[in-house]
Design a protein. Structure first.
Ligand code: SF4
Ligand code: SF4
Lengths: 402, 347
């Protein structure tokens, strides 16, 4: 089922792009890149690893492993409105409805044999305990070897060394399974690609800061988290470049001036994954999400001579891994840089990691006089969606900001 | 009277707190303080974290010199974050706790425990002394040994009130001093009454069950608790094998990571081993059935319940799963289900 979905997406988007070879089509190229990855994940002769969200995908791709975080599939199932069937399967098997629906969806898919069997599993302790618990379930279900990357919360010399050593050990674990040693040359290339991507992404974010912003409510949706799957590759560079070109083009042709942008917003953590016309609604209200919290480069350039240490520093620097006060500090900087008027925090049901900090985040924004709308919503499971209520709250919030 | 160090997690090495000249004070989620933690964090967090934070917000705590937090799960991480806000004057130590057991994790945790030890001695303005740490570990291990003996007696026969008495001893070491608890335990090792008959032997496990009265309630519901596995029961008194390594902190890390089997810690070579362990412990304690008791919104446990259920089913061991909020009241609400379960098990 998922293979067909990705295959159709690849065919459909490729055709559109062929018809307009001069066009930029950043979002289409991005979805194409992800669909190709999705297709590979569902292809038998690939080395597949299911991972946690913050795994080093650049390093894994340098080792010839097709890898992805499991929550990506949860989001895809929600986006294609097929998740309901899998939620039920997981819940019937005893997975609590109070748990994060990214995990419930994907666990249901595992139980229904709708997920490709991985060669091995790499769990990450960041972003969440729940994610680690679910990949342990995967490892048990598939009877596959399991490796954990413990990402400490404290940023010190010891914690960086500890994570760097684990990453190095992970490369041995991977080699043992793929029978391919780590090639320094390939790793250097992947890190260079990653650096190039990071540079372009920084430019993209700089462009997004322009007032009015050349972004629309959809273009950079969940970009920071998901693009990490592609950043070690040339394809990743091309995709990032397309986004940069697209935003530059919008500015050069003054399209951004024509967009309605009375209110500039920040979106905290992840977007809503199933079809729900919140973006259109914000458009109508003249409000624009100019920055997603996780669309941020928090790391320094990777050093190919110290690959494991660089990757470790990067992993600890991701807002998910930090303590809340550090995370709020980072958000406040974004709020100032992007000159936002308000923030939307979708308090995803079942997320202890992000939603758990709801009150602290609101308080942090209060210090800089930025109102926050806390939306109590499940971003993946739409079965209990109180659509009208959410719409009324969003409307009232935008009205208040206006 | 020693100054107190607050803590919340079973991975906190109490001997280090005592060696630095403090008394340990485990903050149990038991309070009449108003429910305000949801404002600072969110309502969908486990009642453990929420009630501990409620205590902090309502100042329902003794004088504390500082707090030790362990980065054991997301909810606990958020509690540590909120503590800075709720009690800005407290000294706070946050330790990173690895999820898997291997040489890198052990080495890292060893350093974390060493960091904690140095911090605690510094907080009390006392010279660091490995000798004192070792001495405190000896008493701690002595207590762990007596507690094990008590548990052995508990598995082999039903002595009314014995399980709640044991919990009382464990709570004493968590909130007073190891020496005091040791004296109580030694006194308690031999049951005062003769073994009774007529209760259903049941093994219980989960995250938190600290109120001794709950164990009495279980007896009222016709249960003989043969053994228990909670982060507030005997696994909190993890014996520290001082000979495991020549470095005392590494010995501590080895002991805690391999012997304190909370759901949040995994054996990567055997994914899902928590399920097997529960089956084995239930069998070893001669239980006829198993009751799981977890707090609402506890991801580490809730995500493992399906595999535990499956493993017990495979061995034909009846299983009852209860979810609650740490109070005897919530246990009372489950009375009918528990009694139906024991009835089904027969005597
Ligand atoms: S939404 Fe929260 S609980 Fe769910 S995967 Fe993301 S961080 Fe984990
Ligand atoms: S392990 Fe469970 S009960 Fe303990 S703090 Fe974490 S979520 Fe709460």
């Amino acid at each position: 089922m998922m293979y067909e979905h990705f295959d159709n997406a690849v065919k459909g988007i490729s055709k559109t792009l062929e018809q307009d070879p001069e066009g930029i089509h950043a979002r289409k190229k991005y979805v194409l890149g992800l669909s190709k990855l999705g297709k590979k994940l569902y292809t038998k002769d690939e080395n597949i690893a299911w991972c946690g969200v913050t795994a080093p995908f650049d390093l894994l791709s340098a080792m010839g492993v097709t890898s992805c975080f499991v929550e990506f599939v949860g989001a895809m199932l929600a986006a294609t409105q097929t998740a309901g069937f899998f939620f039920e399967e997981a819940e019937d098997s005893g997975f609590a409805t109070d748990s994060c629906a990214y995990h419930r969806a994907v666990m249901g898919a595992v139980l229904k044999n709708a997920m490709p069997e991985p060669d091995f599993i790499i769990g990450t302790s960041s972003p969440c305990t729940a994610g680690l618990a679910i990949v342990e379930n995967f490892a048990k279900q598939y009877k596959k070897d399991f490796f954990i990357l413990n990402i400490p919360q404290n940023y010190t010399k010891d914690t960086i060394n500890y994570l760097a050593a684990q990453i190095e050990e992970m490369t041995h674990f991977v080699s043992d399974h793929t029978q391919r040693p780590l090639s320094k040359k390939k790793l250097s290339l992947a890190l260079e690609n990653f650096n190039t991507c990071s540079g372009i992404i920084k430019d993209i974010y700089e462009l997004a800061k322009t007032k009015p912003s050349p972004v629309d409510n959809k273009i950079l949706k969940d970009f920071g988290t998901v693009v990490a799957l592609l950043m070690g590759t040339q394809e990743g560079i091309d995709i990032c470049q397309a986004f940069k070109d697209e935003l530059s083009h919008r500015i050069a042709t003054s399209q951004h001036l024509a967009s309605k942008e009375h209110i500039r917003l920040m979106w905290i953590q992840n977007r809503i994954q199933y079809p729900f016309p919140i973006n259109e609604m914000l458009d109508d209200l003249g409000a624009k999400v100019v920055v997603d919290e996780l669309n941020n480069v928090t790391w320094e350039l990777m050093d190919p001579d110290n690959p494991f240490e660089s990757i470790a520093k990067r992993m600890i620097s991701i807002p998910f891994s930090m303590n809340t006060s550090e995370r709020i500090k980072t958000m406040k900087n974004l709020a100032t840089d992007y000159q936002i008027d308000g923030a939307i925090n979708p308090c995803h049901w079942g997320c202890r990691q992000g939603t758990g900090a709801r009150g602290l985040i609101s308080k942090g924004f209060k210090d800089i006089n930025v109102p926050v709308l806390n939306l109590e919503i499940d971003c993946v499971d739409s079965r209990n969606l109180a659509k009208g209520q959410i719409e009324t709250r969003v409307e009232a919030f935008i009205e208040m900001l206006s | 009277m020693n100054k107190k160090i607050g803590f919340t997690c079973a991975y906190t090495p109490v001997p280090l707190i005592e060696a630095a000249g403090f008394s340990p004070f485990r903050i149990f989620p038991e309070t009449k303080a108003p429910d305000q933690s949801g404002h600072l964090l969110h309502d969908n967090l486990c009642p453990h974290v929420k009630k501990v934070l409620d205590r902090a917000l309502a100042d329902d705590l003794p004088d504390l010199e500082g707090m030790v937090f362990i980065n054991s799960c997301d909810a606990m991480r958020r509690l540590a974050d909120a503590w800075h806000d709720a009690r800005p004057n407290d000294k706070i130590a946050l330790l990173d706790l690895p999820s898997g057991v291997n040489s890198l994790s052990l080495n890292f945790l060893s350093k974390e425990y060493e960091r904690l030890a140095k911090m605690l001695f510094e907080w009390n303005d006392t010279d660091f002394s490995e000798e004192i740490i070792k001495d405190k570990i000896n008493t701690w291990n002595h207590l762990a040994g007596v507690v094990k003996e008590i548990e052995g007696t508990m598995s082999n026969g039903y002595f009314p009130g014995y399980a709640s008495g044991l919990q009382h001893i464990i709570n004493t070491v968590a909130t007073d001093l190891t020496n005091t608890a040791l004296l109580m335990a030694q006194e308690y090792a031999q049951p005062k009454a003769l073994a009774s008959k007529g209760r259903v032997p049941v093994y219980i496990f989960g995250n938190l069950l600290f109120d001794p009265k709950v164990y009495d309630l279980f007896e009222d519901y016709n249960i003989h608790v043969t053994a228990s596995d909670f982060c507030t029961s005997s696994r909190f008194i993890t014996p520290i094998d001082s000979k495991a390594d020549e470095n005392i902190f590494t010995s501590m890390a080895i002991s805690y990571l391999s012997q304190t089997p909370c759901a949040r810690t995994m054996d990567t070579t055997l994914p899902g081993s928590i399920a097997q362990r529960i089956v084995e412990q239930a069998k070893m304690s001669h239980a006829k059935g198993v009751i799981g008791f977890t707090l609402k919104f506890c991801d580490p446990y809730l995500a493992r319940i399906p595999m535990i259920r499956q493993a017990l089913q495979k061995e034909s061991i009846p299983f009852l799963m209860l979810e609650g909020d740490c109070t005897t009241g919530s246990m009372g609400q489950q009375q009918t289900r528990i009694e139906a379960f024991t009835e089904m098990l027969g005597v």
